[in-house]
Design a protein around this ligand. Structure first.
Ligand SMILES: CC(C)(COP(=O)(O)OP(=O)(O)OC[C@H]1O[C@@H](n2cnc3c(N)ncnc32)[C@H](O)[C@@H]1OP(=O)(O)O)[C@@H](O)C(=O)NCCC(=O)NCCS
Length: 392
């Protein structure tokens, strides 16, 4: 197959994408993942037999008493001959799996890799899910000292509000925006408009973060098919170009970091992705970023270079990041309202980019979208993945 000029890497296209409704899932992970994988393959128009590899993103399979998901999902898809691997990188499992799939196809290792993200945690209550999720932190030094993820992000929020004089009200605007966007997304977990007042009056989970500053616990599945540009052309399908694919890391433990108002791994992943794409942050038309808590969206848009450092909290208030603004952020509703089924989250972001660049996002369509970005982080940014996509 042909090779592009980007550092000897081949051109890669995302040619199929699908997601389940996020929220509570009645089916098993295997059934939901297979159904969603089939939908992505069907959407691509390619013969499923082209798939050589299936990467499954999942973090908490054992909560549902099932590990080693790769062969199960491959077999359910009728693709038992495909090589499989399960990718666990906490909340970045999906984005990291996407980056590894990109590497497989761009390097010529495969011509077609299917990425399927899936998670099911609704069978346990919020308290138990909170405990499981803390296993993604540095357990002896964070979870072991009582720090849940709301508490760790509250630490980041406290540092940010203190350093930049930002306010809880500014953070509330992020939640209001993302809940509003999710109203136009039939697959979103939460379909509920909220006001700034409601956010501010909601109970504190970990000061200064309140109930509506948090994402919910969600189940769900998402799948995308990446193929070489040459294979896409041979089948006469367009799809979306994966122009840049980056990964980065940050110290696992917050207390060892030099700064609590930035995520180094996001900067590293973004630098890689933009350099590979030959684009700059100002070229991005919209972004799906990791907003597990409202403060996370603020940090993300700054670390991605989409707004200046210290200006992220103003972006939702000014309308810059609203659907009709100059830089829509999380048109899907984001993790905050579309939902956060951990393994499926980063893959679901790519699905939204696909829908947007294919012009099929309906009432939440970003007008004239040509370049989209996805950003997915694990825990407090210990692992990060950033992708830049362009309409073909
Ligand atoms: C905010 C949080 C504490 C709420 O948990 P809870 O009080 O047990 O809430 P419940 O699950 O009982 O849900 C109660 C209602 O609120 C809704 N809801 C739950 N979480 C919500 C959230 N974060 N935002 C908005 N609505 C939410 C539910 O859909 C439900 O609505 P319904 O009554 O109409 O069905 C919990 O969602 C949470 O801890 N979120 C953070 C998850 C997390 O840390 N993820 C990892 C990120 S790194």
């Amino acid at each position: 197959m042909g090779r592009s000029t980007r550092g000897g890497l081949r051109g890669v296209r995302m040619v199929g994408a699908a997601m389940s409704k996020f929220g509570k899932m009645d089916r098993s992970m295997r059934e939901e993942a297979a159904q969603t994988g089939l939908a992505a393959l069907h959407r691509s128009g390619l013969d499923p037999a082209v798939v050589e590899e299936i990467l499954v993103a999942n973090a908490f399979g054992l909560v549902d008493h099932q590990g080693h998901l790769g062969p199960l999902i491959a077999t359910s898809l009728g693709l038992e001959g495909a090589a499989t691997a399960t990718v666990e990188s906490a909340c970045a499992s999906g984005g990291v799996a996407l980056q590894l799939a990109y590497t497989s196809v761009a390097s010529g290792h495969t011509d077609a890799t299917l990425v399927v993200g899936v998670e099911k945690v609704s069978q346990v209550d919020s308290k138990t899910a909170t405990t499981y999720f803390t296993y993604g932190s540095d357990v002896p030094f964070e979870a072991g000292c009582g720090a849940t993820f709301p508490a760790l992000y509250a630490t980041l929020a406290t540092a940010y509000l203190h350093k930049y004089g930002a306010t809880e009200e500014q953070l509330a605007h992020v939640a209001v925006k993302n809940h509003k966007n999710a109203l136009a997304n039939p697959n979103a977990h939460l379909h509920k408009a909220i006001s700034v007042e409601q956010v501010l009056k909601s109970p504190y989970v970990a000061w200064p973060l309140k109930f509506y500053d948090c994402c919910p616990f969600s189940d769900g599945a998402a799948a995308v098919l990446l193929v070489s540009e040459a294979l896409a052309k041979a089948w006469g399908v367009g799809g979306v170009e994966v122009l840049g694919s980056g990964r980065g890391g940050s110290a696992a433990q917050l207390s060892t970091r030099a700064s609590l108002v930035e995520i180094p791994g996001t900067r590293q992943a973004a630098a890689q992705a933009f350099s590979q794409a030959g684009l700059r942050p100002k070229d991005v038309d919209f972004a799906e970023v990791h907003d597990c808590f409202t403060i996370a969206e603020v940090l993300a848009i700054e670390d991605l270079g989409l707004v200046k450092k210290g200006k992220g909290a103003e972006a939702a208030v000014d309308g810059l990041t609203s659907l009709s603004g100059d830089l829509p952020v999380n048109p899907s509703g984001g993790l905050k309202a579309k939902g956060h089924p951990v393994g499926a989250t980063g893959v679901g972001q790519a699905v939204e980019v696909f829908e947007q660049l294919d012009g099929r996002a309906g009432a939440r369509q970003v007008k004239g979208a040509e370049v989209g970005l996805s950003h997915n982080i694990g825990a407090t940014g210990g692992s990060c993945a950033v992708h830049v996509f362009r309409r073909v």
